[in-house]
Design a protein around this ligand. Structure first.
Ligand SMILES: Cc1cc2nc3c(=O)[nH]c(=O)nc-3n(C[C@H](O)[C@H](O)[C@H](O)COP(=O)(O)OP(=O)(O)OC[C@H]3O[C@@H](n4cnc5c(N)ncnc54)[C@H](O)[C@@H]3O)c2cc1C
Length: 208
């Protein structure tokens, strides 16, 4: 893979790599997506969705709704459907003046949890309030851990915030649920974990 990358960008060095990822593509024969009713009535294929499947997802959803409607499926709107979630604060995207004002209003936005992506404690806390219960849940919602150091510094901070906010023990925090623990040793001893925002908290007070 790297040889092919170097053909495209000869200046790139292996030392520039900070993390490597691999993904599975659910490929099928042919170049196009397979979308539509199958021979079994009521069973629809939405398969072989290779790149740019993510970009195409909203359009695919609209198409499938139309197909299902054509097949005679009646759609009843849900009373509790939330059409648009309130937009979360993305601290890094604010102007310096807005950042300073926000941090002055709520000190949690003055404490940087992830330096690489400039993610604040306030954003992590908000992500947990919106349902994040794992390290990846925080990462997907806030970008904490996605930067240059790949979570080298913020992993422990995010884990601490999760443990405190969800009232679980530090070792029970997982990367993405199940048994994906981040620390191997489970102890029943009485560890004291710092409350985020406490005076002894070592998070960086970047603005205040
Ligand atoms: C490395 C990589 C980079 C990409 N970059 C882009 C990009 O930049 N832009 C873009 O538009 N697209 C991109 N894509 C493609 C995009 O990610 C896919 O097209 C899209 O995710 C397909 O969506 P899907 O819902 O069909 O399948 P998936 O997203 O694969 O979802 C399938 C889900 O089914 C679950 N599952 C599988 N088997 C079972 C089972 N037996 N029981 C229960 N659950 C099961 C899986 O865990 C998964 O959550 C990329 C893909 C890869 C791999």
């Amino acid at each position: 893979v790297f040889a092919a990358v170097q053909e495209l960008a000869p200046g790139i060095s292996e030392r520039d790599c900070i993390a490597e990822f691999a993904g599975l593509r659910a490929a099928i024969d042919g170049d196009d997506f397979l979308i539509g009713p199958s021979t079994k009535r009521g069973f629809f294929n939405v398969a072989g969705i290779q790149s740019p499947g993510l970009t195409a997802a909203p359009a695919i959803a609209d198409l499938v709704v139309e197909m299902l409607r054509d097949e005679g499926l009646a759609f009843t709107p849900k009373g509790n459907f939330v059409a648009a979630n309130p937009k979360a604060i993305h601290f890094a995207a604010l102007s310096t003046e807005e950042q300073i004002a926000l941090a002055a209003h709520d000190r949690r936005y003055g404490r940087i949890v992830c330096r690489c992506e400039l993610v604040t404690e306030g954003e992590v806390a908000d992500a947990i309030d919106r349902g994040a219960a794992t390290l990846d849940g925080i990462k997907f919602r806030t970008r904490a851990g996605m930067g240059r150091c790949q979570g080298g510094f913020c992993t422990e901070r995010c884990m601490r915030l999760l443990a405190n906010k969800l009232d679980i023990s530090f070792p029970d925090v997982t990367k993405r649920g199940g048994n994906s623990w981040l620390v191997t040793e489970h102890s029943t001893s009485n560890h004291t974990y710092l409350r985020p925002g406490s005076d002894t908290d070592d998070m960086e007070d970047a603005f205040l």
